[in-house]
Design a binder for this molecule. Structure first.
Ligand code: BGC
Length: 760
């Protein structure tokens, strides 16, 4: 009876909360209806317009061209303006001078933190820690909203399996399952439970869709793939963000099926709205609308009309919608209902953010002074950075280092505070980031001596170096001969006890429009590494990179490699924390590190083919392989070492047959077999042996991060249900198919224990 009563109570509460939210939304709908009735066609089109405001500075705003447009009601939002004062000034024009006083949205690329910068997304994903990731988004939202921002163009959830593509740095790697979990954590972090709160912001998941599968890894390039692959592998992270309630979505630059995503009705309406039930708004990417002219899809008027009809609501920068839709309406190419629907969605977002109640909700100068780049947020960023690092090699336990003797710090990234935050950190205070040199010096105090020399420029080719150090991230190219710069470093290294080489990519060597065909560490820096090895002193490679690099030579020759990605504003301190063992590294790769660029695209969840190579073999004639390199990666997905070691034993399944609707428990005993406390990411993979469409050789279906004391053993248990085994078939129906499955558990995608069960 008691249970029944509480059930009734719960149902009643649910009913009340549903009807309250329906009432609220119908009240908002009514407000929007009446606003729409009052709006002229031009004002409606104005809401669909998102011009760039990058160059504004306070004071100029009032008299700028944009200000006039805002006053005329021709602007729906602005983006990438930094400072609460400048934002307030623009908002004032909208709500005090425009006829209908509709507030503006203020967007920004708050991608991995605001002023307190966290690791680049690819690095952050290597923490495999959803709470941590959510908290980074939460803090980013708090800082950004304190500075006037109410909308972020994040998360980027484009799956990528091609390290040539520079924007692989902005996503969460190659895996569908992990990428989906991270997408949700980020959306939750930004938007919180209450979007109207002054410290939450609207999230915009991007770039919808398949942007990370650009042919040849060349940015903005064509994508083309089968429907079942799209649904099984590439769509889930976007859908996960939609399921988490993301408020907006950004169309990608690329075309799909010969139609640019920005005007792709199948994508923007059939899938996004009808299948997934998305009710937020869709924004184009930067000039995504006008770029369709170059795609060969029509003139500006034509492509703008097609985009609207396909389901695009807001036009970033092109001014195609605001500039041409009135004419298209007259010509009968678009309908007023389509314009109203887009305008309604933008207005709805403004209501959802609470901007109609208080347009200055995010314009509190006191918050801007006290809540940004705080000691607390920076301390958190430091600990997050350390958790994103991946220890790739540690021969003879060279690491951790001791705080004693002389440590030679060498390399173009060693004293480069302005590069620590990596790509897409528009709000960062570059010069206040902690460099490796500063971090190491602070960490050792007077216990050890740190000697420094640059040792080499970033790249042998000055023009490549220039392209890779844009946006205020110069590495101050040294004009002396390479040999002279190198010799200087070798001299100090010879007298040191250990050498730390901070080498790799610069911050802007990955990111947008930074594709590479050669993904080695630049030769000039390899020459430096070689010269350092010749001193006979132990060399620790601290690797900066925004993508997987080909580390075949380094893996063979350098005794210790710590991949630090771009760790954010506090990277230097975090690197010291890990190098000296104050933090035990626990990051695991979320992207495969190939041996050779020619293996790309490369990913663990590949298909078997009809001619798979025998495990452990390099070459077999008439099998799936290369003449000149084995199929293996240098480091597989999920890989990462620790200062301690872990063993896996006793993989057990609670049953061998899984009935429809049932579940199966998979357990393993993980033991810390080393002498330090450490965290291990335990990973579970599944293989469906036979399917109506062929299935990957392994797919991640679960992971748990456990902290174990030296000698401690723990049973780690996963539960698998039919839905974990389900997939999209050729006809796009979704479900699991009876038959045998292999299940694997281990500390990376390669070294695993194996079990088997059958789905009945
Ligand atoms: C990028 C987007 C970004 C936008 C706005 C574009 O070039 O592709 O990721 O959000 O610019 O800055």
């Amino acid at each position: 009876m008691k249970a029944y009563n509480s059930l009734v109570a719960i149902l009643f509460m649910l009913l009340i909360s549903c009807s309250t939210s329906t009432n609220q939304s119908s009240a908002v709908d009514k407000k929007i209806d009446s606003l729409l009735r009052e709006m002229t066609l031009e004002e409606k089109l104005g809401q669909l317009n998102l011009p760039s405001a990058g160059q504004f500075t306070t004071g100029q705003a009032q008299s700028s061209d944009i200000a006039k447009k805002i006053e005329q009601g021709l602007v729906g939002g602005l983006f990438n303006i930094k400072s609460v004062k400048a934002i307030r000034e623009m908002q004032e024009i909208a709500v005090e001078k425009s006829r209908l006083k509709i507030p503006l949205l203020f967007g920004m690329d708050v991608i991995h933190g605001y002023e307190s910068v966290f690791p680049i997304p690819l690095g952050l994903s290597c923490s495999w820690d959803m709470e941590l990731i959510e908290k980074t988004a939460r803090i980013a939202a708090q800082e950004a909203s304190a500075d006037g921002i109410n909308w972020t163009f994040s998360p980027m959830v484009d799956l990528s399996r091609d390290a040539r593509w520079g924007r692989i740095s902005e996503g969460s790697g190659e895996d569908t399952y992990l990428g989906s979990a991270i997408a949700q954590a980020m959306v939750r972090g930004y938007q919180g439970d209450d979007l109207t709160a002054n410290n939450t912001i609207m999230s915009c998941v991007k770039h919808y869709a398949l942007y990370g599968a650009a042919e040849a890894g060349r940015d903005y390039n064509t994508t083309d793939m089968s429907r079942h692959r799209i649904y099984n592998e590439y769509f889930p992270p976007y859908k996960a963000a939609v399921d988490a309630g993301v408020g907006s979505i950004m169309a990608s630059f690329n075309e799909i099926d010969g139609i640019p995503a920005t005007a792709n009705k199948w994508l923007l309406t059939d899938v996004l709205r009808k299948e997934w039930g998305f009710d937020g708004f869709v924004v184009s990417d930067y000039t995504g609308v006008s770029e369709m002219v170059d795609h060969g899809y029509g003139d500006l008027k034509t492509v703008s009309g097609k985009a609207l009809a396909a389901g695009l609501d807001m036009d970033m920068v092109s001014e195609g919608l605001v500039g041409t839709l009135a004419k298209s309406l007259k010509e009968g190419k678009v309908t007023e209902a389509q314009i109203d629907a887009a305008c309604r969605r933008i207005l709805k977002a403004k209501f959802d953010l609470g901007l109609f109640d208080d347009p200055y909700r995010y314009c509190n100068e006191e918050r801007a002074r006290t809540e940004i780049f705080t000691a607390e947020n920076r301390a958190f960023a430091r600990s997050v950075a350390a958790q994103s690092f991946v220890l790739l090699k540690n021969q003879n336990n060279i690491l951790p280092l001791q705080k004693k003797g002389t440590i030679a710090l060498v390399g173009p990234l060693a004293d480069a505070a302005n590069n620590m935050t990596g790509t897409w950190s528009v709000a960062a205070r570059f010069s206040e980031s902690i460099s490796v040199l500063e971090g190491l010096k602070k960490a050792v105090g007077d216990k050890a001596r740190i000697v420094y020399a640059k040792g080499s420029n970033l790249h042998e080719d000055a023009s490549i170096e220039e392209r890779a150090t844009m946006f205020g991230k110069s590495l101050n190219r040294d004009s002396r001969y390479a040999q002279v710069i190198r010799d200087e470093a070798v001299r100090i290294a010879r007298n040191a006890d250990v050498i730390v080489a901070a080498v790799g990519e610069s911050a802007e060597m990955s990111g947008e429009s930074s594709s590479r065909v050669n993904i080695d560490i630049p030769q000039l820096q390899r020459d430096l590494l070689n010269a350092l090895l010749e001193t006979g002193k132990p060399v620790v490679l601290v690797l900066f990179t925004g993508r997987p690099l080909t580390l075949t030579w380094e893996n063979e020759n350098i005794p210790a490699i710590l991949n630090v990605w771009f760790g954010g504003s506090e990277a230097g301190d975090a690197i010291a924390d890990v190098l000296f063992g104050d933090v035990n590294p626990s990051g695991k790769l979320t992207t495969t590190f190939p041996q050779h660029v020619g293996q790309l695209p490369m990913y663990y969840a590949h298909k078997n083919t009809g001619r798979p190579i025998t495990e452990g073999q390099w070459f077999q004639k008439f099998r799936t392989n290369y003449l000149d390199v084995s199929n293996d990666p240098v480091y597989p997905f999920g890989y990462g070492l620790s200062y301690t070691t872990f063993s896996y034993a006793n993989l057990s399944l609670d049953k061998t047959e899984l009935a429809a609707g049932g579940s199966i428990k998979v357990s393993v005993i993980v033991t810390n077999t080393g002498s330090r406390e450490g965290a291990e990411v335990v990973q579970l993979y599944v293989r469906d042996l036979v399917g109506s469409v062929t299935r990957p050789v392994k797919e991640l279906k679960g992971f748990k991060k456990v902290m174990l004391k030296p000698g401690e053993s723990r049973a780690v248990t996963f539960t698998l249900t039919e839905s974990d085994l389900s997939f999209y078939r050729a006809d796009l129906t979704f479900g699991a198919e009876p038959g045998k499955f292999h299940v694997f558990v281990g500390g990376n995608s390669h070294d695993v224990l194996q079990g088997e069960f059958e789905l009945k």
